[in-house]
Write a protein that binds this ligand. Structure first.
Ligand SMILES: NC(=O)c1ccc[n+]([C@@H]2O[C@H](COP(=O)([O-])OP(=O)(O)OC[C@H]3O[C@@H](n4cnc5c(N)ncnc54)[C@H](OP(=O)(O)O)[C@@H]3O)[C@@H](O)[C@H]2O)c1
Length: 326
């Protein structure tokens, strides 16, 4: 698979987002299916695996990843995040999200950062985290302070690269002045444009971009007609029954374009993303080995400039109904 540089870190153009493998996010799933999906991802070349201490209960997702990389640790770039799984008794601050209800609580105080990293290292059963992100900026803590504590972890060899997730251009710039940032992980897909100022700042500073939910949490695959039980997308206005039907109708021209090109809408969405910047990589999630294969093969597609122009034209008319996820 084609590789890309996130600053000094080389990763495959398409990696693997493991969030989908813990129960209670995209509905029920057992560990047998989760382990098979992770194996398919790694065997297929998605050797950049993204997890978080907040996915699943009590480090469940990190522990799944830890088991999957046993015996093949050197092949894999392991990325994880901290700040949302706040230890009991510690304060936390609200991070507003676009869900219909619920909220995220964050604590990225420097005094807790080493404790978070040590817990993730135990869950992952490894001695170093390749790429460690602050999952969200903490509204109560200057980002410079959080990143200062991450710099200490890099100095002491617990992590190799510093990442930031869900940040603004100004936050990236402030953090990068404290310690070089390797990658920013923000939402970016055909139905959620990246903040142009963040992209410009990342380019200027030589920071890579990791696009989360690059398939629009499944919508852009063109296969989501309804949601099952226990699916977190029930909380997202774009997926209410009425909005989902309207959005699927409005997405039809892009699905048709994929068909004309002889590829799937998922492949078109991923390839389009990779064509937006030389230093963006995607981390699609899937529990289904055939979907994983389909997604990974999009890394090697080249879209003609005329095709990209047609996609842009179609996207300009693609008015999404319902608020954004975050
Ligand atoms: N930093 C953050 O705050 C943040 C937030 C959200 C996500 N993320 C990261 O981004 C990763 C990916 O995000 P995500 O899983 O929410 O969204 P996604 O990758 O955009 O979409 C995942 C959904 O798409 C479906 N899918 C994938 N490939 C498919 C295909 N070829 N055909 C049909 N359906 C397909 C999956 O279903 P199947 O299982 O049936 O294939 C799953 O329901 C996460 O794992 C996580 O690592 C980060």
């Amino acid at each position: 698979m084609r590789t890309r540089q996130l600053a000094t870190l080389q990763v495959p153009a398409i990696g693997y987002g493991a969030m989908v493998l813990s129960p209670g996010i995209y509905g029920a799933i057992d560990d047998t299916r989760a382990e098979a999906a992770l194996k398919a991802a790694l065997d297929g070349g998605a050797t950049h695996v993204d997890t978080s201490d907040a996915y699943g209960v009590d480090g469940h997702n990190e522990r799944l990843v830890g088991r999957a990389i046993k015996g093949r640790r050197d092949e894999v770039v392991v990325a994880t995040k901290f700040g949302l799984a706040v230890p009991e008794g510690e304060p936390s601050r609200s991070q507003p999200v676009g869900y219909a209800f619920g909220e995220l609580r964050v604590n990225a105080e420097p005094r807790l950062v080493r404790r978070y990293a040590e817990r993730s290292l135990r869950n992952l059963d490894t001695d170093v985290i390749d790429l460690y992100y602050a999952h969200y900026p903490d509204p109560g803590v200057p980002i410079e302070d959080t990143v200062g504590a991450m710099a200490d972890l890099a100095r002491d060899g617990l992590i190799k690269h510093v990442g930031l997730s869900n940040v603004t251009a100004a936050q990236l710039r402030a953090a990068h002045a404290v310690h070089p940032v390797t990658a920013v992980q923000n939402e970016w897909s055909m139905w959620r444009p990246v903040d142009p100022e963040l992209l410009a700042t990342a380019r200027e500073l030589g920071v890579g971009i990791v696009a989360w939910s690059p398939l629009g949490t499944g919508f852009l695959t063109g296969t989501v007609q309804s949601l099952g039980d226990g699916d977190f997308r029930h909380n997202a206005p774009r997926f209410s029954a009425e909005n989902l039907a309207a959005n699927n109708d409005r997405y039809a021209p892009i699905r048709a374009l994929a068909t004309q090109l002889g590829i799937t809408p998922a492949q078109l969405a991923l390839s389009w993303l990779l064509h937006q910047d030389d230093h963006v990589v995607a981390i699609p999630g899937s529990r289904t080995p055939s979907h994983i294969q389909e997604n990974l093969s999009a890394a090697d597609l080249t879209l003609h400039p005329d095709t990209l122009a047609r996609i842009d034209e179609a996207l300009a008319k693609f008015e999404v109904t319902g608020g954004t996820l975050l």
